[in-house]
Ligand binder design. Structure first.
Ligand SMILES: [Zn+2]
Length: 207
């Protein structure tokens, strides 16, 4: 294999921020979304980037680096229902349909569009998990509160990165275990055990 620094056109003394900056520049130029004919070049770039990043991440000064693995753009993640509803099952469609019936119609909770290359290279899929917490200003006690407009709670979004197995096939539905998420955020009150994610490969006929 070629020298990863050479592939990225970097000096071996380059620090982690320089490596990330160069990767972003090269991604803009060679990502299959922009340049479908440059898949092999892009693959080399990603492999070189991951190699350098994981190398740097081994040094204690750069522990944050392991979090900077490539991620797919959020616009390629499609939520079939509001995730807060899916996670807590706290919604009603109609008297004739249960949550399960409704999700059976979609067969998956989330659809993700991925290039085969991204799957193989272990790209992260940043799931946006909606959360709500007691209003920190009025603690739920002031109907004129400027922060929560009297709702008593405020909402925010946390990003939970997941990775699909590299062996995932086109249209396959992968079950993602929610236990690690529940353990990391015990206040979320998640009832579901798993999320069903459909992988829609963007270029399975080419690769
Ligand atoms: Zn408030």
């Amino acid at each position: 294999m070629k020298d990863p620094y050479e592939i990225l056109g970097l000096d071996p003394t380059a620090d982690i921020d320089t490596i990330k900056k160069r990767f972003r520049e090269l991604s803009k130029k060679y990502h299959p979304d922009k340049n479908p004919t440059a898949q092999e070049i892009y693959k080399e770039i990603v492999i070189a980037y991951r190699l350098l990043i994981s190398e740097k991440a081994l040094s204690p000064a750069n522990r944050h680096a392991s979090r900077s693995l490539p991620t797919i753009p959020p616009e390629r993640i499609h939520y079939n229902l509001s995730l807060i509803n899916i996670l807590s099952e706290g919604f009603k469609i109609s008297r004739d349909f249960s949550t399960e019936d409704y999700l059976d119609h979609f067969q998956a909770d989330i659809t993700v569009e991925l290039y085969k290359l991204e799957l193989v290279l272990g790209y992260q899929i940043p799931l946006m998990i909606p959360t709500r917490q007691l209003c920190p200003v009025c603690e739920g006690h002031n109907e004129h509160c400027y922060r929560c407009q009297g709702k008593g709670f405020v909402t925010s979004t946390l990003t939970w990165p997941i990775t699909l197995p590299s062996t995932t096939r086109p249209e396959e539905i992968v079950e993602i275990d929610l236990t690690p998420l529940k353990q990391a955020y015990p206040t979320l009150h998640i009832k579901r055990q798993s999320l069903r994610i459909r992988c829609q490969l963007l270029d399975h006929d080419k690769l």
